[in-house]
Design a binder for this molecule. Sequence first.
Ligand code: DGP
Length: 116
Amino acid sequence: MDDCLFCGIVAGRVPSEIVHESERTVAFRDIAPAAPVHVLVVPRQHVDNASSVGPEHAEDLAAMVVAAREIAEAEGIAGEERGYRLVFNVGRDSANSVPHLHLHVIGGRQMSWPPG
Ligand code: DGP
């Protein structure tokens, strides 16, 4: 999609700090990090958000979670003594702002639950 910000990053039209790529995904550092590690994993194929996901997106979703684990390992936050949070925001109450499916990989500091 020509007017989609994250499609622009996937296509290389919009600059970003890419940290991981796979056949189905691209991952880059969040422009407004909420923690020392804050990476967004997106499918190369445009999907609006997690509420638009169907069975046809199963391989993209699996690839996104695998990418998240590989990023956590590379960033040194994998393993039971560290850990990380994976977040999909959907809709206004969640503060979802970019309409291209993205998985937040957040870590590198102690977090509380429930989130604010
Ligand atoms: P969400 O609230 O789930 O829609 O999160 C969107 C995230 O995208 C937010 O944490 C900030 C990030 N973001 C917005 N614009 C850009 C951008 O141009 N580049 C990068 N790297 N991140 C962006």
